[in-house]
Design a protein. Structure first.
Lengths: 224, 186
């Protein structure tokens, strides 16, 4: 495995490697944010590491560990196709701080860093084109942060007014398991037949038993 | 000519007038329902079933709705096939507005109809929040048979001049629901 890579990183960067661990073939090094770019460059350029394949770059949010530890883990996954080993490099940043971009080392980092910025709001310093890549420009906030409200949507155009009686009663009865299920009502013993798909979201649909009876009726034949 | 508002082709009673208009509406509905020009707005995996429906085994051409127009200005039936994200909502409405009157919309599959399992920041919970819908076809994805049923339901509605949103009913309830109903009646 690539514990040899971890040993070389520790020998090269010393105290800047805050932690290193290996678990079932996965090797990981935690580096200080100031050495993020230098460590990545070393991984790519050192003859024994030779990480020529950029796999992915992503972020994990741990808001509960603030203020003792910065909330964001920035993770870099790289592999050496020639040496047949791979390693995970990690650093930690606080909200509002940034890390150096890796686009100068691997071109592929461009879009993954944009995605990480889009979802978590961590800035990549020196990135040539740091814009949102998935969400729209008008979107406020960063949706994959754990403190983003789980039910909050930001429609670009206002919704039409739709009468609840004209909504599609989708749910378990449509013959597939992915309907929006009103679990709270189910646990309370109500709405056992169907799940009030849209009504739950709009908070205005208590029961769907009428619709269930409608569904049970055979459709009238084409009358032409 | 305005939008059709007459909902039936019922025979008029004695002393009533205006039968010619009613007949004309019926003729118009008959003509329209067999010459639907579709605009496929295909965004997700439901597209595979849409292609299957258009293929030779199911052959949507039999219903006169086979020719896709890739300009909304030449089409009168909008198939919204797949998940619509908030980012796609403005283009969808713009395409709808560009279509020629009278225009019909089919919500194909669960995501287009109600958002499906995407209950989050990124997905429109049903395209009827954006544009009016004529027929909802449930399923994740719906089978081609269900798609053809939905198309026939729309044709029936066009014939009758009915613009109320309709959900394609299930042919039969899923086994678990049948079982529960049986337990409750017992």
């Amino acid at each position: 495995m690539s514990q040899k890579v971890l040993a070389r990183l520790k020998a090269r960067f010393g105290e800047a490697i805050l932690a290193a661990e290996s678990f079932r073939g996965d090797d990981e090094a935690l580096v200080a944010p100031d050495n993020w770019l230098a460590a990545a460059r070393y991984l790519r350029d050192d003859a024994e590491c030779a990480m020529n394949h950029f796999i992915d770059l992503t972020i994990v949010d741990y808001p509960e560990r603030e203020p003792a530890t910065p909330r964001f883990d920035v993770l870099l996954f790289v592999r050496s196709l020639g040496k047949n080993h791979r390693v995970r490099l990690k650093t930690r940043v606080r909200d509002g701080e940034g890390v150096d971009t890796l686009t100068g080392l691997w071109e592929g980092a461009n879009w993954t860093e944009r995605e990480a910025y889009d979802m978590f709001g961590v800035k990549f310093l020196g990135h040539p084109d740091l814009r949102r890549i998935l969400m729209y420009e008008e979107f406020v906030g960063y949706p994959l942060r754990k403190d983003y409200p789980i039910g909050k949507t930001q429609p670009l155009i206002p919704y039409r007014e739709v009468a609840p009686s004209k909504l599609a009663p989708f749910g378990a009865d449509e013959g597939q398991p992915y309907g929006r299920i009103d679990w709270l009502a189910r646990m309370a013993g109500r709405n056992l037949q169907v799940s009030p798909a849209i009504g739950v979201q709009q908070g205005q649909r208590p029961a769907l038993s009428v619709d269930t009876e409608d569904l049970a009726q055979p459709r009238k034949p084409n009358g032409n | 000519m305005g939008e059709m508002t007459n909902r039936t082709t019922a025979v008029l009673g004695e002393g009533q007038t205006g039968f010619a208009t009613t007949k004309f509406d019926a003729l118009l509905g008959w003509a329209r329902k067999y010459s639907l020009f579709q605009f496929p707005f295909v965004t997700a995996c439901c597209g595979m079933e849409h292609m299957a429906t258009a293929g030779s085994r199911y052959d949507i051409e039999r219903f006169g709705a086979g020719a896709p127009r890739f300009s909304p200005r030449q089409s009168d039936l909008l198939w919204v096939v797949g998940t619509i994200t908030q980012k796609q909502a403005p283009p969808l409405r713009r395409i709808y507005e560009q279509m020629t009157d009278p225009k019909y919309v089919i919500a194909f599959g669960t995501c287009a109809s109600c958002g499906g399992f995407y209950d989050n920041y990124t997905t429109v919970p049903g395209i009827d929040k954006i544009i009016p819908v004529d027929v909802f076809i449930p399923g994740c994805p719906p089978r081609p048979e269900a798609v053809l049923d939905g198309l026939m339901l729309l044709m029936e509605k066009i014939q009758n001049g009915d613009r109320e949103p309709a959900v394609l009913p299930a042919k039969e309830l899923p086994p678990l629901v049948q079982l529960r109903a049986k337990q409750q009646s017992a």
